[in-house]
Design a protein around this ligand. Structure first.
Ligand SMILES: Nc1ncnc2c1ncn2[C@@H]1O[C@H](COP(=O)(O)OP(=O)(O)OP(=O)(O)O)[C@@H](O)[C@H]1O
Ligand SMILES: [Mg+2]
Length: 387
């Protein structure tokens, strides 16, 4: 007998094309109607109205219900979830992610929280730069690492995933608008030394206008900044994140196949707990942590070379030990950094500390990728051009 329960059961097999979870579990099925002639009405609430996948979903629902005995035709009507419903969905997805990770307790390369992980195309290593709190120098560490890796001859890209405070384009002195190539992908901007850069403020008409990013939008914008961009063959894609554990870092860890995470702290991070939240998030999302960089560790007087620990005693190595992650080194406070960043000339800066960190990170990343791809041929064509 054709009734609502039978139809609902059939709809269990229909997955949201973007999230990959049953539309029944996602509470997207809002109404089911059946008339005597076997015409079925199904009302579906979409996460975003007019989402590009709406047609696919509609067709999937029609196909699934149409298979049932006694169904003559299926009409699918769509509506959009309310803000409250979206928030509930987000919480549900997060809980699912946590459950699936604690249950499996092992490394899975498929997306944990039910949000499909995107592929890698020609990108070999994806490294995310995180911190517990703002202003500790994530964007500086990202741009400096990119610069050093580029100096060593690697192909490097930088994705600015900080939608509310993007600063990557500025430190590289970039302002031009990216354009679409024939293949439909966006061509990233290129810095003076050839680092590929993609940031939301290169795309916005007026980068000075504040934009309020809602949860689901953050998700789709970050995925687009990654997937709709023609990164080409790059050895390293560095992803600059906003501080903390908000939607953006969550999306990056859920959607991008991150190979390594660098945690940035400053000596002011007295409360290890603040840094620990960022570290724990990465751990939960099963992203390997490469280590901790302490920024603004000390100040060195130009003439005599005496070191002063302006923000209190450097505690980077202690903090790293506490968090049980490697310590990658401390970067001094240097007014030249702020000056060159402001002028969009960060690529002119160099520091032996960063050279070492970049070299070490490179080694680690290569080892990690080798482990990850053990037994598999590495589809990699670009060799570093050592200068
Ligand atoms: N070691 C340093 N010496 C001097 N100035 C620095 C140093 N590191 C960063 N700065 C400056 O401090 C400011 C904050 O750095 P940055 O933007 O990299 O921090 P952030 O962690 O990315 O901040 P947010 O959380 O806002 O994204 C910038 O003006 C930058 O140029
Ligand atoms: Mg920043």
């Amino acid at each position: 007998m054709l009734d609502k329960a039978v139809i609902l059961e059939q709809l269990r097999g229909v997955l949201d094309p973007e999230i990959g979870i049953s539309i029944v579990d996602l509470n997207m099925v809002r109404d089911i109607g059946i008339n005597e002639d076997g015409i079925v009405q199904v009302k579906i609430a979409l996460t975003v109205q007019h989402c590009p996948m709406a047609k696919t979903l509609q067709a999937d629902v029609e196909k699934a219900v149409g298979k049932l005995d006694g169904v003559k035709s299926v009409n699918v009507e769509t509506t959009a979830m309310s803000k409250k419903e979206l928030e509930e969905l987000r919480v549900k997805l997060q809980a699912r992610a946590t459950n699936s990770q604690t249950q499996s307790g092992q490394n899975t390369s498929t997306a944990g929280p039910g949000i499909n992980k995107l592929g890698k195309r020609g990108i070999r290593n994806i490294i995310a730069i995180v911190s517990g709190k703002g202003g500790v120098g994530k964007s500086f560490v990202t741009s400096m690492l990119a610069t050093e890796l580029r100096r060593q001859g690697y192909e490097v890209g930088v994705l600015d995933a900080d939608l509310t405070g993007p600063s990557i384009a500025k430190v590289f002195g970039l302002s031009g608008k990216p354009y679409k190539a024939e293949n439909g992908l966006i061509v990233p901007a290129k810095s003076k030394t050839g680092i590929k850069v993609m940031s939301i403020n290169l795309v916005l008409d007026d980068p000075t206008m504040p934009v309020i990013w809602r949860g689901p939008i953050v998700n789709s914008v970050i995925r687009q900044l990654y997937w709709d961009v023609d990164w080409g063959d790059v050895h390293y894609l560095l992803v600059d994140l906003p501080p903390g554990t908000s939607d953006s870092p969550l999306t990056v860890f859920q959607s991008l196949p991150v190979d390594g995470v660098i945690v940035v702290s400053s000596p002011q991070d007295l409360a290890a707990m603040i840094v620990a939240t960022a570290v724990n998030m990465a751990k939960k999302m099963e992203a390997p942590i490469m280590g901790l960089v302490e920024n603004m560790s000390y100040f060195q007087w130009p003439g005599c070379g005496e070191k002063i620990e302006i923000f209190g005693q450097s505690n980077g190595s202690k903090l790293a030990a506490q968090l049980d992650i490697p310590y990658l080194g401390g970067v001094p406070l240097d007014p030249e950094i702020a000056r060159l960043s402001d002028q969009g000339r960060i690529e002119e800066y160099s520091s032996p500390v960063f050279e070492n960190i970049a070299a070490e990170l490179r080694q680690k990343a290569v080892r990690q990728v080798e482990q990850l791809t053990q037994g598999l041929p590495i589809a990699w064509t670009v060799e570093p051009q050592h200068k």
